[in-house]
Design a protein around this ligand. Structure first.
Ligand SMILES: Cc1cc2nc3c(=O)[nH]c(=O)nc-3n(C[C@H](O)[C@H](O)[C@H](O)COP(=O)(O)OP(=O)(O)OC[C@H]3O[C@@H](n4cnc5c(N)ncnc54)[C@H](O)[C@@H]3O)c2cc1C
Ligand SMILES: NC(=O)c1ccc[n+]([C@@H]2O[C@H](COP(=O)([O-])OP(=O)(O)OC[C@H]3O[C@@H](n4cnc5c(N)ncnc54)[C@H](OP(=O)(O)O)[C@@H]3O)[C@@H](O)[C@H]2O)c1
Length: 441
C-alpha cells in the first residue's frame, strides 16, 4: 500500500492508543510510533521514554468510572482512584483487548513531520538510530502535554545563586528526597498539593507558596467520588446554578473557604480555574504540618527565600510545581507551534492552517481527558472516512477566535488555562461535529 493512504499517529499514551483503536475499528490504515518501549505514556512510572511525570505515590484524581474509555471500562476490582500501576495495567489491557500492540512501532521516535505535496512527510528514528521518511495522508499528534516542565518565567531574582536544591515536579519521584529537609512547594495545582502533603509526612518542615488562592476540592462527597455528581443533565443547567450547588457541597466538606486554613482567598469563582483536588491538603494545613506562604519574591542569598509579604524562611529544597509547556519537537516552528500554550485549533483538534493535521488529548478538562480524547478520535475518523466534513476555513477561524474570547472571559488568565474545557459541553460540541452532514467539496 502507498503509505500516503495511511495515517501517522505520534505516541501510544492514552490518546495515541485510543486513536489507534478507533482508526482500526473504522478500517483506516495507520502507523503508530511510540518513542518508549511501552503503552501508557505519563501513566508508565519511570517510562523509558524519559517523559513521564508520574511520581511513586500518584493516583488519578478523576474517578475510574468517569475516566475510563467508553469502549472498555476499568476493572471492577479497581478502587475509585487507581494508582499509576493500575492505570498502566488498564492501558495494557486496552491494547491487548483490541489487538493493538503489534500495530504499534515501539522505540521509534517521530523526529520530523512536515507537509509535502498534499500529504505529510514523517521521519522516524528507529532503535538502531537509523532514520526513514514516509508519506502519510494525515498526522494525528498524541505526544501529550504534561512532560515538558515549565519553570517559573521569569526566574525569581537570585535563583541562580540559591544554595538549596531546586527541582521541578516533573522530576519528582520518591519522597526520600524530602526527608528531614525544609521544603518549599511552589504552586497550588494538583502536583503542588500532592507533593506538599507527601512532604508534610517526611520533611522537617513544609511550606506551600502560592500566588493566588484556589478552592481545594475533596475526592469524595457523601461517600461518592465528587466527579460522579456531574452528569449530562446537571451540566445543562446554567453555570451559576452548578456553582451554587457545588459551593454548598464544598461547604459541607468544610472546603468552601480556603482562608480558614491560611490559604489566600481565591481571586476567582469556582469553575474559573482548573480544579485542585485533594482530601488531604486542608487537614494537613490545619494540623500545622504544612504552612501556607504567599508567592516567592526573591532568593536574597544562601538558603534564604523571601516572600512577597516580606517574610523569609531558610529552605533546603524548592519544588516548582509550576506546570508544563506544550511542545512539539518534531515540528519546525514554521509548521506548527504553541507559543504560551496557545493552540489555535478548531474544536481543539483540527489545524485550519495545516490540512490533515489533528491533535488528540490537547485539552485540560474539568474532568478526565480520556473519554474526550476518545470522542475526538471518533470525529477524526469520521473526517478521514469522509462521512462528515469541516466547515469552511473562514468559519473555523471565526469559531476559534470566538472560543478564545470565551476562554479568556471565563478562566483565570494563566498559561495552564489555554485549553481548559467543560467536560459534558465539550463532548456535546464534538457530537454535534459528528452530525455535520457530508457536503460536496
Ligand atoms: C502527575 C499527573 C497526573 C495526572 N492525573 C490525571 C488524572 O487523574 N486524570 C486525567 O484525566 N488526566 C490526568 N493527567 C493528565 C495526563 O496528561 C493524561 O492523563 C494523559 O497522560 C494524557 O495522555 P496522552 O496520551 O495525551 O499523553 P501522554 O500520556 O504524555 O503520552 C504521550 C505519548 O507520546 C509518546 N511520544 C511523545 N513524543 C513522541 C515522538 N516524537 N515520537 C513517538 N512518540 C512520542 C510518549 O512517549 C508517550 O508515550 C495527569 C498529568 C500529570 C502530569
Ligand atoms: N492525578 C493527580 O492527582 C494529579 C497530580 C498532579 C497533576 N495532575 C494534573 O497534571 C496537570 C498539571 O498539573 P500541575 O499541578 O503540575 O500544573 P498546573 O496545573 O499548571 O499548576 C501550576 C501551578 O503553578 C503556579 N505557577 C505557575 N507559574 C508560577 C510562577 N511563575 N510563580 C508562582 N506560581 C506559578 C500556577 O499558578 P496560576 O494558577 O496562578 O497560574 C498553578 O498554581 C493538570 O492537569 C493536573 O490536574 C494530576
Amino acid at each position: 500500500m502507498d503509505s500516503a493512504e495511511k495515517v501517522c499517529i505520534i505516541g501510544a499514551g492514552g490518546s495515541g492508543i485510543v486513536a489507534a483503536q478507533v482508526l482500526d475499528a473504522h478500517g483506516i490504515p495507520f502507523d503508530c510510533f511510540e518513542k518508549g518501549s511501552y503503552i501508557g505514556g505519563n501513566w508508565r512510572y519511570e517510562n523509558d521514554n524519559g517523559m513521564s511525570s508520574a511520581y511513586r505515590s500518584l493516583h488519578i484524581n478523576t474517578s475510574r468510572r468517569v475516566m475510563a474509555f467508553r469502549s472498555l471500562p476499568m476493572p471492577d476490582h479497581f478502587p475509585d482512584y487507581p494508582d499509576h500501576f493500575q492505570m498502566a495495567a488498564y492501558f495494557d489491557e486496552f491494547a491487548d483487548h483490541f489487538g493493538l500492540r503489534e500495530k504499534i512501532s515501539f522505540r521509534t521516535e517521530v523526529v520530523n513531520a512536515k507537509p509535502a505535496d498534499g500529504a505529510w512527510a514523517v521521519t522516524v528514528k528507529g532503535e538502531d538510530g537509523g532514520e526513514r521518511t514516509e508519506r502519510y495522508r494525515a498526522v494525528i499528534v498524541a505526544n501529550g502535554h504534561h512532560w515538558d516542565p515549565r519553570w517559573p518565567e521569569p526566574a525569581f531574582p537570585g535563583s541562580e545563586d540559591f544554595e538549596g536544591e531546586q527541582l521541578h515536579a516533573h522530576h519528582y519521584r520518591e519522597p526520600d528526597v524530602l526527608r528531614g529537609k525544609r521544603v518549599l512547594v511552589l504552586g497550588l495545582g494538583n502536583s503542588a498539593v500532592d507533593i506538599a502533603v507527601e512532604s508534610s509526612r517526611i520533611a522537617d518542615k513544609t511550606f506551600i507558596s502560592t500566588r493566588r488562592g484556589a478552592y481545594v476540592i475533596p475526592k469524595y462527597i457523601n461517600g461518592k467520588p465528587i466527579d460522579e455528581l456531574s452528569n449530562p443533565i446537571t451540566s445543562m443547567t446554567p453555570l451559576a446554578v452548578q456553582r451554587f450547588f457545588a459551593m454548598r457541597a464544598l461547604g459541607v466538606a468544610s472546603a468552601a473557604d480556603p482562608t480558614a486554613y491560611g490559604l489566600p482567598k481565591p481571586d476567582h469563582k469556582l469553575f474559573e480555574a482548573h480544579p485542585t483536588v485533594s482530601s488531604e491538603l486542608l487537614p494537613r494545613l490545619g494540623h500545622g504540618d504544612i504552612t501556607a506562604k504567599p508567592n516567592i519574591d526573591r532568593y536574597p542569598g544562601g538558603r534564604t527565600v523571601r516572600f512577597v509579604d516580606g517574610s523569609s524562611e531558610e529552605i533546603d529544597l524548592v519544588v516548582y510545581c509550576t506546570g508544563y509547556k506544550m511542545t512539539f519537537p518534531f515540528f519546525d516552528p514554521k509548521v506548527f507551534s504553541a507559543p504560551e500554550n496557545r493552540l489555535p485549533l478548531y474544536r481543539r483538534v483540527v489545524s485550519v492552517e495545516r490540512p490533515g493535521l489533528y491533535f488528540i488529548g490537547f485539552i485540560q478538562p474539568l474532568g478526565p481527558i480520556m473519554p474526550l480524547a476518545e470522542a475526538q478520535c471518533e470525529w477524526v475518523a469520521d473526517l478521514l472516512d469522509g462521512r462528515v466534513t469541516l466547515p469552511p476555513a473562514g468559519e473555523m477561524k471565526r469559531e476559534i477566535a470566538r472560543e478564545e474570547r470565551k476562554q479568556r472571559k471565563r478562566f483565570v488568565a494563566s498559561k495552564r488555562h489555554t485549553v481548559e474545557v467543560d467536560f459534558h459541553p465539550y463532548l456535546r460540541e464534538i457530537r454535534r461535529e459528528r452530525k455535520r452532514a457530508e457536503q460536496p467539496a
